[in-house]
Design a protein around this ligand. Structure first.
Ligand code: GUN
Length: 289
């Protein structure tokens, strides 16, 4: 078993981006980060995005509307960022409060500033294999992790566990694309799939993105499979200073010894998401110049 080190691969990418940004004269790329409310995971993710931006020379603008902001007001805020010539990328952190239609908000972000890749146009471009768009950061990060760990999906059975807009659907489309590193045979499963273990056991590459702590157990994994754990779950743990521990969607202690390669949580997919966000922001900046 080999651990796929997301921290190390993301650090390489970040260093490449930093060197690239250093060559830019004048105005630097600018990323607007919108966080509504105080969801603890969102607070920590947005802080991490802000810190990484600063580290590589991307300007960030943090916008923290009140938790009771109306959908209309949030639309107005996004419209103003869309129209702002000094802003290259816009990210609205998910989850949003329940009174707001999240997908409508994602649609409101101008496609050319949609560094999250959740806008209809950019999701459509993934389906059309059109590289002028933005690929959602977590799925893009997974493809990069696989490529940089020497995993070619060609001819492999890729089983995606989870059908979210943020991970499940776009990673399935990417794995399926007709291009080097991809060309996988893809099955998408979810919480309603009958006889799930029989399907996941067929996976040469298993992508777990179902959002349930330690859901994937040893009986669900084929020996020698590559396992990508996208989950970041906070599980109460009184022995920790924070009162919780982070765990993935995979029961790591029993599954890892079976695998040929596996991503840990934390330190696997998570750091890649942030690196790809920075990559998308630089791409948006260059496309708008
Ligand atoms: N919440 C969890 N992952 C993401 C992401 O990639 N982008 C945004 N905007 N919110 C998220």
């Amino acid at each position: 078993m080999e651990l796929i080190d997301g921290n190390q691969i993301a650090a390489t990418l970040i260093a490449e981006l930093k060197a690239d940004i250093a060559t830019i004269a004048g105005r630097k790329p600018c990323l607007a980060l919108v966080r509504v409310g105080e969801d603890p995971a969102s607070v920590s993710y947005v802080r991490k995005k802000e810190k990484t931006a600063e580290e590589i020379g991307v300007t960030s603008r943090i916008i923290l509307p009140p938790i009771d902001i109306s959908q209309e007001e949030l639309f107005k805020l996004i419209d103003s960022l869309n129209a702002d010539a000094g802003v290259d990328g816009i990210l609205v952190q998910s989850p949003l409060p329940k009174h707001i239609d999240e997908v409508a908000v994602f649609r409101r972000v101008a496609p050319e500033k949609d560094v999250d890749g959740f806008n209809t146009i950019n999701l459509g471009k993934v389906a059309q294999e059109d590289d002028t768009g933005f690929v959602a950061c977590t799925p893009a990060g997974i493809m990069e992790l696989l490529a940089r760990s020497g995993v070619d999906l060609k001819g492999k059975h890729v089983v995606v566990l989870g059908r979210s807009l943020i991970v499940g659907k776009p990673i399935a489309l990417l794995a399926l694309q007709k291009r080097a590193g991809a060309n996988g045979t893809v099955t998408i499963c979810h919480s309603g799939t009958a006889n799930l273990p029989a399907l996941t056991r067929q996976a040469d590459v298993l992508v777990a993105a179902i959002g349930r702590p330690e859901f994937v157990t040893a009986d669900m994994v084929k020996p020698g499979a590559v396992v990508i754990d996208v989950g970041i779950n906070r599980v109460p743990d009184a022995t920790k200073k924070t009162g919780y521990r982070l765990t993935g969607d995979v029961h790591f202690p029993s599954v890892a010894p079976l695998t040929s390669k596996i991503t840990p949580v934390p330190g696997g997919v998570g750091p890649m998401t942030v690196a790809m966000l920075m990559k998308n922001t630089v791409k948006a900046y260059r496309l708008r110049r």
